[in-house]
Design a protein around this ligand. Structure first.
Ligand code: PLP
Length: 397
């Protein structure tokens, strides 16, 4: 049997990893600025994480959610303290898409409504409801498109209000920072308007923090930069550093009902042990602060290459193409948008300089490294990146 061929693969086979480094079967070392798609939050194979998982596997790995699981209770307490949402409740599941699915379902149960408002360039996952709220025709099948989802431009509060006015919208779902759409950051004012509009029309505000959450932007959740409190917050990716885990934080006004939500694997002992170890490491090693420091360092270093900046004109006249059109980011969630395709730049970064990076569309490099990145790691990337930018010519687009 062959694998169902749905992924574009890097031509690298990692066999070992540690911190922000991966090694292939030939022993070549790679710097990881992609974090396995924003999943590796505290670094690969952190000793505390490995020990926590190993010990838990030897104690009890799984039982169903029909018994009390003290690790789930401990995780709820710890996420509450770390995020400042101690008065919310936690439901644990297995992935980002599942979290969004559960959030939309909960909002629909609670409001008795069936419409959703989402945003252009959004990505919320690939399960039925989550993908229906995703603005990408390549991954939304006709079956999924039957869900009642309206899309508004990010930043257009008037358009959102127009949708909410009818009183039939269960949820507005928005990413803390759009990741797959190209690192698009909603302004604080826009998020505050979303909060006000949702309260006014009895609609649940769902913040998808699957990619932007868990300390990546220097706050526990990216929306906390705007000082708002959503009704439901969805999590995934970095929550357990690669052990499958997701969850939603639910505001106190939601009424729980038996069987409303459920899962076989969600919140199992191993996932909880992994997630608790991640919180230990984030706290002990000050990784949220580190994400901000390293993110600012990268943004400051990249800023002079921005094509609209005067200092870049001389570079451009030396024939650099494609050139950087816009830099967007917060903490270690950075998008470098070019005015042309970037496949060649990423190819050289990976195969010549051994640096993994992410991508959005065909012209945005996405940096989503583990939060334990160091200044030396940043310098290694910057040196390689600048060198490549100087060499890439229009013909290599
Ligand atoms: C913002 C956002 N939401 C949801 C998801 C889906 O998460 P998962 O792939 O774990 O289902 C992703 C994945 O990239 C994401 O970036």
């Amino acid at each position: 049997m062959e694998l169902f061929d749905v992924y574009s693969l890097f031509d690298v086979t990692p066999v070992r990893a540690r911190g922000c480094r991966l090694w292939d079967e030939k022993g070549t070392e790679y710097l990881d600025l992609y974090g396995g798609h924003a999943v590796i939050s505290v670094g690969h194979c952190h000793p505390h994480y490995v020990q926590a998982l190993t010990e838990q596997a030897g104690r009890i790995g799984f039982y169903s959610n029909s018994v009390r699981n003290p690790l789930q209770e401990e995780l709820a307490r710890r996420i509450g303290v770390a995020s400042g949402y101690e008065d919310y409740s936690l439901f644990l599941d297995n992935s980002g898409a599942e979290s969004n699915e559960n959030a939309l379902k909960l909002a629909s149960f609670q409001t008795g409504r069936d419409r959703v408002v989402a945003f252009r360039k959004s990505f919320h996952g690939r399960t039925s409801g989550a993908v229906a709220a995703t603005d990408n025709p390549a991954i939304v099948s006709p079956f999924n498109a039957n869900h009642k989802v309206s899309f508004c431009e990010l930043g257009d509060a008037a358009a959102v209000e127009e949708e909410l006015r009818g009183g039939d919208v269960a949820a507005v779902i928005i990413e803390g920072i759009q990741g797959c759409g190209g690192i698009n950051i909603p302004t604080a004012a826009f998020l505050q308007e979303m909060r006000e509009l949702c309260s006014k029309y009895g609609t649940a505000l769902v913040l998808d923090e699957v990619q932007s959450g868990y300390g990546r932007t220097g706050r526990f959740f990216a929306h906390q930069w705007a000082g708002i409190r959503p009704d439901i917050i969805t999590m995934g990716k970095g929550i357990a550093n690669g052990f499958p885990c997701g969850g939603i934080l639910i505001a106190p006004w939601f009424q729980a009902r038996k069987s409303m939500l459920g899962t076989t694997f969600g919140g199992n002992y191993l996932a909880c042990a992994a997630a608790l170890a991640v919180l230990d490491i984030i706290e002990d090693e000050g990784l949220m602060a580190n994400a901000l420091v390293c993110g600012d360092y990268l943004m400051d270093a990249l800023a002079p290459c921005h094509s609209e900046r005067p200092s870049c004109h001389s570079e451009r006249s030396r024939g650099i193409s494609p050139s950087i059109k816009e830099l967007r980011g917060r903490g270690l969630m950075i998008g470098i948008e070019f005015d042309g395709p970037i496949a060649e730049i990423r190819r050289r970064l990976l195969y010549e300089d051994h640096i993994f990076t992410g991508v959005a569309g065909n012209n945005i490099i996405r940096l989503l490294p583990p939060l334990c990145l160091t200044r030396e790691d940043c310098d290694r990337f910057l040196e390689a990146f600048m060198k490549i930018l100087r060499r890439v010519s229009p013909s290599s687009k």
